[in-house]
Structure formats: C-alpha cells, structure tokens
Design a protein around this ligand. Structure first.
Ligand code: HEM
Length: 429
C-alpha cells in the first residue's frame, strides 16, 4: 500500500453547512469535517426548519464517549435530527429510541435471530441470490448501473430470505424501504419531508406513508404464522423469550419497519461504496479478486471492514443531553441535541493512520460504521458483513476489470450517504 494523499478522494470545500442536505450531493464533505475535528470538534449548528439546533460531535474518541455514556446522552428522545414529542413519538418509537434498561429488554426480545451463528445458517441461500443477481447483470451486458442492477437488488432479497417472506415481494419491499430512508429526497418519495406537508404522517416512523403500508404487511405476515409457527426471523420474533416475555404488536410492527429501513439502503450503499473504491484502485481490485478465487477469507473479511469504514453510510445519529454537562470545553445544556457523526469519526486521523487511503489490508480497523462499542451496536452487523462478503466472492471472480462509466448521482440527505446511480463498465471473465 502506497503512502501519501489519496488523490481519488474528493474532500470537497471546507466550509459547507453540515445541516443542508445539498452539502452531501457531491459526497461526504470530508474537508469540512476535518476542519471541525481539528478546530471545533464539538460545534454548535442552528437548524433552518424550526429545529432547535444541535451539537456536532466529530472526533472518534468523543463519539465513543457520547455513545457509551447513556446516562448523560439519551436515545429516548429520538435519534434523528427531527424533534418529535408526546404521543406521536411514543407511537412510532423503535428500539433505537430506548435507553437501558428498557432498551436491554427490547434487544433481548429481538436479537437471537441476528447472531453470527443464526445468520450464517442462511449463507448458502444468500450466496445463491448473489450469484443470480450477478448473472442477471451479466446478461444485461458490460455497461450498467451497479446500484440498480446489483446493489439495490440484493439486501432486501437477502433480508426477505431471513424473514421468510416470498421472494416476489422483494421489489415492493425495496420501494417501501427507499421511501423511508430517502424521506428527504423527492426522487425516493412523493412526500419529501421539508419540501411537502407531511404533518398527517408525524405519528408514524420516518414521517412516511410507506411505514403504514409496512405496518399492514407486518400484521399480515404475523397472521400467517398464527397457530403455525415458522422457523424464520418473523416466527422467532413472535415467540416468547425463555423468560416468557413477548413482543407487543406495536413493537413488532415498528421493529419490522426498522428492519426494512435499516437492512435495505445501508447495505446497498455500502456495496456501492465498495465497488467504487475498488474500481478506482485496480491493484487492490486485482488482489481482492485473487483472494476471492483462492478462498483467502481473511483478506476478504478485512476488505469488508475497510469498505464499511470507507462507506460509513449512516452519517450520524442523535442523542439528547439528560443534564448539563461539558464536552471539549463546550457547555451542553440538559435537553440539547447532541449528534454523533460516524462518517467523520471513521476518518479521524487520531484513530486511523492515513484515513483518506482505502486499504483492504488495514489492520486494527476499529471503525464505528456499526457503532459496535455502544449498547445500540447494529443488530444487523453480522448479516450486513455476510452480505458484503458473499457479494464480493460471487462478483469479483466473474469480472476481470471494472471502471467507472459516467456521472455518479447521490442521495440528497444529511443522514444517509448513498449513491443512487453508479454507472460501471466491466469485463466479464
Ligand atoms: C452496512 C450496513 C449497516 C450499517 C452501516 C448500519 C449502521 C447502524 C448503526 C450505526 C447503528 C447504531 C445506531 C445508534 O447508535 O443509535 C445501527 C443500529 C441498528 N441496526 Fe444497523 N446498519 C447496517 C445494516 C443493518 C441491517 C442489515 C439490519 C437488519 C436487518 C440492521 C438493523 C439495525 C438495528 C435493529 C439497529 C438498532 C440496534 C439497537 O438499538 O440496539 N442494520 N445500525
């Protein structure tokens, strides 16, 4: 791995407004966040849409501190910038929006099907799906949009297999998932928050009508399993735990919506970020391709971790201060919103040597893309890792080269860092 600046990465201007979704249309504004990490690591940002403003925590070490001190920085008042109060919030609340001990109890109800062992039981089926999608892309030719043909197709179909829903529902689920997380982008939803009136949806997750459709779908799936228990993830979620605790109907529906949102775009955009990084670095592409052919799982897994760090697709989550406190000399008041920026922490040079270099060999890659050292560590981490690994193993041996082939289009969002279109030209083996 060579040293020196990574010229393929556009760091952008260093003075962008990090609240404005338009600031992310050219990619994550690294130079702006580097300036914040260096000169104002806990900075105050006013909001333009009536929000009360927030503190932006941009360094790795501080992100861990905020994530781990749940008694000071609570998730129970919402985890996105949007401020939701009272009954509206109670109704649309998901497990991310609880603190211990309620959160610990909730997590116990749903975590079993997501362990590494349980997830790997689905590996062969997931590999088959990845192979089918790659072969379908090959039928299409050597120039295609990687997001549309590959990255968008897989995560939801893969999650669908675990959930035990029909493969034919995959496209519909993808559409609903897109409308949830793309809720600021007019291309993803008829009701972009901030651009249209979404008041009537304020009591449902993501303030999006797609969540209502998903509630109904989840209820239907639960009904199908009544009296006829299934060994899929939905079946397991509906079973009582060994302590006899059972998920409530509302918790189940909100958790279903959470899976469809969290398990869709995040993995898709990480897949796209990974392929773009490899297309721009033919030597690493060739080395990783050979590792996939040789069955060098260690290198493939290390590449997956680097892709996760590099992509860091959930750019931030929010906490709320429970009492007056101080962070890097800033006086934070009880009730202030404190936003932790994963995409900034994952490029913090205090933690990662040469952070702007993509390196499939990176050692000690303790990235925070899944916020793994927090009580809210991503429940889908093992699933996402397996999906990314299987896709590399099925795709790379079948292509001998990949190049970018036209303009990239990005999601208009200050929350999810994603490519909507990634045109590529490949040479099939
Ligand atoms: C590359 C893909 C993914 C990324 C980058 C990602 C990122 C994250 C992050 C950063 C959190 C922590 C949130 C916080 O601290 O408040 C989280 C939580 C969560 N993720 Fe993921 N995620 C991914 C894939 C998935 C998948 C595939 C699923 C499920 C199907 C999933 C389900 C969840 C759930 C349920 C939580 C909440 C955990 C809790 O509150 O205890 N994620 N994810």
């Amino acid at each position: 791995m060579s040293s020196g600046p990574d010229l393929d990465l556009d760091l952008g201007p260093d003075n962008l407004d990090i609240v404005d979704p338009d600031s992310y249309l050219r990619g994550f504004p690294h130079a702006t966040f580097q300036r914040l990490r260096d000169h104002d690591p806990v900075s105050w940002w006013p909001e333009h849409d009536g929000g009360k403003g927030f503190w932006a925590v941009t360094r790795y070490e501080d992100l861990l501190y905020v994530s781990q001190h749940v008694e000071l920085f609570s998730s129970a008042e919402g985890i996105t910038l949007e401020e939701i109060e009272g009954e509206d919030f109670h109704l649309r609340r998901n497990m991310l929006e609880y603190d211990p001990p309620e959160h610990t109890r909730y997590r116990r109800l749903v975590s079993k099907p997501f362990s590494r062992r349980e997830v790997y039981a689905y590996e062969e089926g997931i590999r088959g799906l990845a192979r089918d999608v790659v072969l379908e892309a090959r039928d299409f030719g050597d120039r295609f949009d990687y997001v549309d043909r590959v990255a968008k197709q897989l995560p939801m179909r893969m999650l669908g297999r675990l959930l035990g829903v029909p493969d034919s529902d995959g496209d519909w689920l993808v559409e609903q998932g897109d409308a949830l997380l793309g809720n600021l982008d007019p291309e993803m939803t008829q009701y972009p928050v901030g651009l249209t009136d979404t008041d009537e949806f304020k009591h449902i997750p993501f303030r999006s009508p797609a969540a209502l459709e998903l509630y109904q779908y989840a209820e239907h799936q639960a009904d199908l399993r009544q009296g006829c228990p299934a060994h899929d993830v939905i079946g397991k979620l509906l079973e009582p735990t060994i302590d006899g605790e059972k998920i409530t109907d509302l918790q189940f529906k909100n958790f279903f919506v959470l899976m469809v949102s969290a398990g869709n775009d995040t993995t898709r955009y990480t897949m796209a970020a990974g392929l773009k990084a490899l297309a721009e670095r033919p030597e690493q592409f060739a080395e990783l391709r050979q590792a996939c052919i040789d069955g060098n799982t260690d290198l493939v897994e290390s590449a997956v971790e680097e892709i996760l760090r590099w992509g860091s697709v959930t750019m931030h989550f929010r906490r709320t201060a429970t009492q007056d406190t101080e962070l890097r000399g800033k006086q934070i008041k009880a009730g202030d919103k404190v936003v932790i920026w994963f995409s900034s922490a994952d490029y913090d040079e205090r933690q990662f040597p040469n952070p702007y270099q993509f390196d499939i060999h990176r050692s000690q890659n303790d990235h925070v893309a899944f916020n793994l050292r927090s009580p809210h560590l991503c429940l889908g981490a093992q699933l996402a890792r397996m999906e990314l690994k299987v896709l590399l193993e099925e795709l790379l041996p079948r292509i001998t080269s990949v190049q970018l082939d036209g303009p990239i289009e990005r999601l208009r969002s200050n929350f999810i860092c994603g490519m909507k279109r990634l045109p590529v030209k490949v040479t099939w083996a």
